[in-house]
Design a protein around this ligand. Structure first.
Ligand code: KIV
Ligand code: ZN
Length: 511
């Protein structure tokens, strides 16, 4: 039997994903995500766009330093300045890659770049040749390839391969093409570009019409062997192709695709949770593979079928993608062993000191809630991880409100940058959350403006943990925050402080 081709998974959560509205992550968060992507088995991690800011440069460099098995790519425009910055950031990696992009559609060439086709061809070749003097592994992306003239696109692809590009990426930058049409473009490139066997064809599909995954799979059917995607499908506008959906389609339909990949699918759920919690971009409940309802069976007929044989209504099992099967209910009588075993089964490997701290918080929560769900535990773990990186932490909070009274709040916040810097403040507001935020503002003295606020229950029952997601603007940048508690004002305070901490970390890095 013919050996199966391997699909190279190129994850751009930290670059295209992080570009999506409100999904920014700080330095430590990006490093956490990169390490998890490596554990997930991602072949190429696009760590960022080094020239775009000093903060991005530093995080690409630190990811390049700490990732050992995956290729670490940085993005660059077709200019020596960009390519030099990119190389400076990735060169420390065990396997570095320079990823150059330049638009090839007439619309972009004329309207955005104010250039001609021959100028673009020349720039592309020069950039790839220059990058090759620094790095063996160079990828070229023909931005807006989905709307590019096929003759010109094929010419550029052939020229950059001659110049040394080992991967040629065909992005559907604006999510415009249809699956059969996009597949046909890949087949045509394969047929017409004389030196195509010297490079890997990659695709990078956006989801403006909800077709990013379908287009990527159609490209695979037609010869693409690298897919660029993101966790939970986050990315510019409607997002990028979702890694988990492509990986599972290939796994669930092996005879149809007859290709394999290195993704450890049991790590998918944990990676999805990590990315959504760090970016604050929630996963829609009915999202394929990782949505809360992806494996929930509500109808009686379906439940009956499932009890007789799971495969009646499930084409994959929750455990295939690492969704923990909770056979044991945790509550106030559960001991350390049960909690630590559950934490391990959720995929976390934590130091003893963190486990001890989480156990303390678990006991406090278990006193307030009868049943502790996996989501509650994940919230405790993430809160603990965030605490290590905080400039400010909430020590105490109380708020009062009611009909005919002025809502007031008192908070005590520890300034971790100043030893012994615990400050107490009180304020009034239009509601208890507003009063709490005003009190926090008096302490942190940061001119931060709330732009988005949402509250949801992360587990079931009237004693569910309430989780607040918010976005706040500071010096023109948007920072997200998340906090969970059985008390929604406390959850709101935690989320606000997390956003403030992200803004503070950003400010520190860019000083
Ligand atoms: O969407 C796009 O075209 C891109 C390129 C930089 C690959 O993100
Ligand atoms: Zn993109």
């Amino acid at each position: 039997m013919k050996k199966q081709d391997k699909i190279i998974f190129f994850d751009t959560t930290l670059r295209d994903g992080e570009q999506s509205p409100g999904a920014s992550m700080n330095f430590n968060e990006k490093l956490l995500v990169a390490k998890q992507l490596e554990t997930l088995g991602v072949d190429v991690i696009e760590a960022g766009f080094p020239i775009s800011s000093p903060g991005d440069f530093e995080s690409v460099k630190s990811i390049a330093k700490s990732v050992k098995t995956s290729i670490v790519a940085g993005l660059a425009r077709a200019s020596e300045k960009d390519i030099n910055a990119c190389w400076d950031a990735v060169k420390i990696a065990k396997k570095p890659r320079i990823h150059i992009f330049l638009a090839t559609s007439d619309l972009h060439i004329e309207k955005k770049l104010n250039k001609t086709r021959p100028q673009i061809l020349d720039m592309a070749v020069k950039a790839v040749k220059y990058a090759k003097t620094l790095c063996k592994d160079v990828e070229f992306s023909a931005e807006d390839a989905g709307r590019s003239d096929m003759d010109f696109l094929c010419g550029v692809v052939e020229a950059v391969i001659d110049a040394g590009a080992l991967t040629v990426n065909i992005p559907d930058t604006v999510g415009y093409t249809m699956p059969a049409e996009f597949g046909a473009k890949i087949a045509e490139i394969k047929k017409r570009v004389s030196n195509i066997s010297k490079a890997v064809i990659s695709v990078h599909c956006h989801n403006d019409l909800g077709l990013a995954v379908a287009n990527s799979l159609s490209a695979i059917e037609n010869g693409a062997r690298q897919v660029e995607c993101t966790i939970n499908g986050i990315g510019e506008r409607a997002g990028n192709a979702s890694l988990e959906e492509i990986a599972m389609a290939i796994k669930v339909r092996p005879l149809y695709y007859n290709v394999s990949h290195n993704i450890k699918t049991k790590e998918i759920y944990k990676t999805s949770k990590l990315v959504s919690s760090l970016t604050g971009v929630a996963v829609q409940v009915n999202k394929a593979i990782v949505g809360a309802n992806a494996f929930a069976h509500e109808s009686g007929i379906h439940q009956d079928g499932m009890l007789k044989d799971r495969s009646t209504y499930e084409i994959m099992t929750p455990s295939d993608v690492g969704v923990p099967e909770s056979s044991l209910v945790l509550g106030k009588h559960s001991g350390r062993h049960a909690l630590f075993t559950r934490i391990k089964s959720l995929g976390y490997k934590l130091e003893q000191a963190s486990l001890d701290q989480i156990f303390e918080k678990f006991k406090i929560l278990a006193d307030k809630k009868k049943v502790i769900f996996d989501d509650d535990i994940v919230a405790l773990i993430e809160e603990d991880a965030a605490a290590e990186r905080e400039a400010f932490s909430l020590a105490y909070q109380s708020a009062s409100s009611g009909t005919g009274t002025i809502p007031t709040a008192t908070v005590k916040v520890i300034n971790n940058d100043e030893k012994g810097g615990a400050v107490k403040e009180a304020a009034c507001g239009v509601g208890p959350v507003d009063a709490t935020y005003r009190a926090i503002d008096k302490i942190t003295k940061m001119d931060i403006k709330l732009t988005d606020f949402s509250l949801k229950a992360v587990s079931s029952g009237v004693d569910a943990l309430g989780e607040v997601f918010l976005k706040a603007k500071y010096k023109g940048m948007v920072f997200s925050g998340k906090g969970a508690s059985t008390d929604i004002v406390e959850a709101s305070a935690k989320a606000y402080i997390q956003a403030i901490n992200k803004a503070k970390a950003f400010e520190r890095r860019n000083k």
